[in-house]
Write a protein that binds this ligand. Structure first.
Ligand SMILES: Nc1nc2c(ncn2[C@@H]2O[C@H](COP(=O)(O)OP(=O)(O)O)[C@@H](O)[C@H]2O)c(=O)[nH]1
Ligand SMILES: [Mg+2]
Length: 423
């Protein structure tokens, strides 16, 4: 592969998808690769200085309260009427107008956009400059419309913060491997154990360790875990006993205290360097582009060879063993190619299957018509028969070429163009 920048890789992907779309049709890998590349090229068009961060999780875990704690303004209504958040809210740590197009793309209505620009001027929020924080509808919403909305958004943002609470985190996390799936398509995922103010100090490390273990078992060892409280304070963890044995590392990332609202300080401490690096959106794009390339790379293998000679196919057509003859020809022509292309070759080989019996009959009629009605010369009958036989063979050759071999050749040539597009 020669392409190195995301733009070049996207060109390559686009090229491949354009070529392969017709023969491969709605193949799931191709559809997914297309969605990923479209998303990545969209994201590339928006200002790079913004990092989109989505707060997500099940009902009542504290997403909206967390949003409020970060924005310090009561914008996203928490509690009372549930599920409360039916549409996403966004707060921009920067100039709102610069984020407008990005927010349009994310589908945040203009009534639900806020800014922390003045706080940035006052300098106390500088560490979050460039963040766009999103409060999403609940992932377990009984409204299918909300769930679809959440899924769509989670695919678009740069960082996902999964909020869970100490009572229900086990159920909240493991719902159908949702989180693992999330981690696989999002470069950055953070888990926040929220509402820790409800826990006794001695219980916090135990609950944390249990949650950490669940995450590890789900294959999420690299996902940071933080303790938060959106409405109060995270209890002080009991100091680890000193002794000859080195204490085990605690379950939480970023245990050091930081400035800001105490209950969300650790989450903030993890977010700040990500936002300051300004590379999150590029990481998102790279992640999507590379996933798309990985998907399409399974759709090419060895170069397409020259299709096999017509002999066996013609013999099968002469025997009227049409179906098997066509299948065998397609299989021989596509052997060693990825399965999707073997299927595509078979589909084109069979594309005129219903026309074949008629075409073969006409070929036979043409050969027969060349046979003289009466033969007077000695040995003439034999020669005429042989001539008619040769003619029949030639006519069937033509039918095989036109109805099967040429379509197969075209598909093989398309495969070859697609393969080269990726190399
Ligand atoms: N004690 C405590 N209550 C919280 C915390 N976060 C949220 N809540 C409460 O839990 C309820 C649901 O919170 P909300 O933010 O609406 O949850 P959402 O459905 O995830 O948006 C509300 O009554 C909040 O006041 C927290 O950290 N500590
Ligand atoms: Mg909410």
């Amino acid at each position: 592969m020669t392409a190195s920048t995301p733009e070049a890789k996207l060109d390559m992907l686009q090229n491949f998808i354009d070529i392969a779309a017709e023969p491969l049709g709605e193949l799931p890998q191709l559809v997914e690769a297309k969605a990923l590349s479209e998303r990545a090229s969209d994201r590339l068009r928006f200002p790079r200085q913004f990092t989109t961060v989505a707060l997500t999780g099940t009902t009542g875990s504290g997403k909206s309260s967390m949003f409020n704690a970060f924005t310090t303004i009561d914008r996203s209504p928490a509690g009372i009427l549930r599920p409360t958040t039916s549409e996403p809210y966004a707060c921009v740590w920067g100039t709102l107008t610069q984020a407008d197009e990005l927010l349009d793309w994310l589908g945040v209505s203009s009534r639900r956009r806020f800014t922390r620009e003045s706080a940035l001027d006052a300098n106390d929020e500088v560490g979050l400059r460039g963040m766009i924080l999103l409060d999403l509808p609940d992932v377990d919403s009984i409204e299918p419309r909300h769930r679809v909305e959440v899924d769509r958004l989670l695919h678009l943002v740069d960082v996902v913060v999964w909020i869970c609470d100490p009572q229900k985190y086990a159920d909240q996390l493991m719902e159908g491997g949702y989180l693992r799936q999330l981690a696989s398509h999002r470069a950055r995922l953070i888990v926040a154990l929220n509402q820790t103010d409800k826990l006794l100090p001695a219980h916090l490390p135990k609950v944390g360790a249990d949650l950490r273990q669940l995450l590890d078992e789900a294959g999420l060892q690299n996902v940071p875990l933080v303790a938060t409280s959106a409405t109060g304070e995270v209890p002080e963890m009991p100091a680890t006993k000193r002794g000859p044995i080195k204490p085990k590392p605690g379950p939480f990332s970023a245990e050091k205290s930081t400035k800001g609202y105490k209950g969300v300080a650790h989450l903030r401490a993890i977010l700040e360097p990500v936002i300051a690096s300004g590379t999150a959106s590029a990481d998102t794009v790279n992640h999507d582009v590379n996933s798309a390339l990985e998907l399409v790379s399974t759709l090419v293998s060895r170069p397409a060879g020259t299709p096999p000679a017509a002999g066996k196919l013609v013999d099968a057509l002469v025997r009227k063993d049409i179906d098997q003859g066509v299948r065998d020809y397609a299989a021989a022509a596509s052997s060693g190619l990825p399965e999707a292309w073997q299927d595509a070759v078979l589909r084109t080989a069979q594309s005129r299957l219903t026309d074949l019996p008629g075409a073969l009959n006409q070929a036979a009629e043409r050969a027969e018509a060349s046979r003289p009605r009466r033969v007077w010369i000695p040995g003439g009958r034999k020669r005429a028969d042989a001539r008619a036989e040769t003619l029949l063979q030639q006519e069937i050759d033509k039918v095989a070429l036109r109805y099967v071999i040429e379509p197969v050749r075209r598909t093989l040539a398309t495969y070859e163009r697609a393969r080269i597009a990726l190399s």
